[in-house]
Structures are given as structure tokens and as C-alpha cells.
Design a protein around this ligand. Structure first.
Ligand code: FE2
Length: 167
């Protein structure tokens, strides 16, 4: 199969040979560290085009899918102050996010473990396995922008009433 048929979609505003190479269309499944490398590289090397694409919306936060291959989906999200997610996991997919601008607070939990809490600043990010649940919120005074990737792609997220319910 050719590379072109494995890239299902790349957002027109960021489409380039470099981005198509970055999303590794021939890779069927990504590890957390590979996902972390992907979101980190996008945030570092493609910051200008990502910022140009970013919108801010209320009341719901804004998002756009940057890429979808048979192995990975990549998203750009913006967060106005106070905007955030409900507690959720990614349906068993491994994931990653890197902060492009601003700060976000993440509360997370692995089954059976204590709830962890960390504020992620611009340039920082993490890759995580499919058993991690979390809740992300912009608790800062200014807007935040983050780049996310999940593998395998297109698994529905599961929401929790509280991270206390993660078993
Ligand atoms: Fe998430």
C-alpha cells in the first residue's frame, strides 16, 4: 500500500510533506513515547501554523483535527480561562499532549492509584498508556493551546462522574 492511501486526512492549514512524514502513515500503533515525540515536535516545529489555525470559542472550547492515519489521530485544542474537560479516558488508546501556549492543570488517575495533579506549562507534555484517566482545565489567566495525539485512533472516550470512580 502506498503512503498516500494510509494518510486518511491532514488538515489543509498544516498540510505539508514534513507533517505527512511526521505522522508516520505506515506505523499502525504508536507507543506513549512515540506519541509524546509527535506532539512535542508539532508544537516546537510547527508552532506558527498551529497558532494561525487556532480559534477560541465560548462556551465550548475549540478543537480541530490535524491528522488522521490508520495508526494515530492528532488534535489541536484551545482553552479559554476556565474551560476544561470532564473526567475521561481515551477508551484504551495511548495518548499524549504537549502545551503550545499557556498552562493547563491536569488531574489524572491510573486504576488503583492515587489521583495525581500537575500543571503543564508551554513546551511541556506527556505520553501515557491507555489505562490513564484524566481531567484537564485551563486554570490560568490567559488562553491555552495544546496538541494531542491518540493511538489507536477513533476510539470513543469514556467519561466519569469523578476520578474517584476510576477502578
Ligand atoms: Fe484526554
Amino acid at each position: 500500500m502506498s503512503i498516500a492511501t494510509l494518510v486518511l486526512d491532514v488538515h489543509a492549514d498544516v498540510d505539508s510533506a514534513a507533517v505527512r512524514e511526521l505522522v508516520q502513515p505506515g506505523r499502525p500503533l504508536w507507543t506513549p513515547s512515540q506519541l509524546r515525540e509527535l506532539t512535542g515536535t508539532l508544537a516546537r516545529d510547527h508552532a506558527a501554523s498551529l497558532r494561525a489555525l487556532t480559534r477560541y470559542t465560548e462556551p465550548q472550547r475549540w478543537w480541530a483535527r490535524l491528522a488522521l492515519t490508520s495508526g494515530v489521530e492528532v488534535w489541536l485544542l484551545s482553552w479559554l480561562p476556565g474551560q476544561g474537560t470532564e473526567p475521561h479516558d481515551h477508551g484504551g488508546a495511548a495518548g499524549s499532549f504537549t502545551v503550545l501556549d499557556g498552562d493547563v492543570l491536569e488531574e489524572h488517575r491510573y486504576p488503583g492509584a492515587a489521583i495525581g495533579r500537575r500543571t503543564w506549562h508551554a513546551g511541556q507534555g506527556i505520553g501515557f498508556g491507555g489505562d490513564r484517566a484524566h481531567q484537564v482545565r485551563n486554570v490560568g489567566a490567559g488562553p491555552a493551546v495544546t496538541v494531542h495525539a491518540y493511538s489507536p485512533p477513533l476510539l470513543p472516550t469514556r467519561e466519569y462522574r469523578s476520578l474517584d470512580d476510576v477502578r
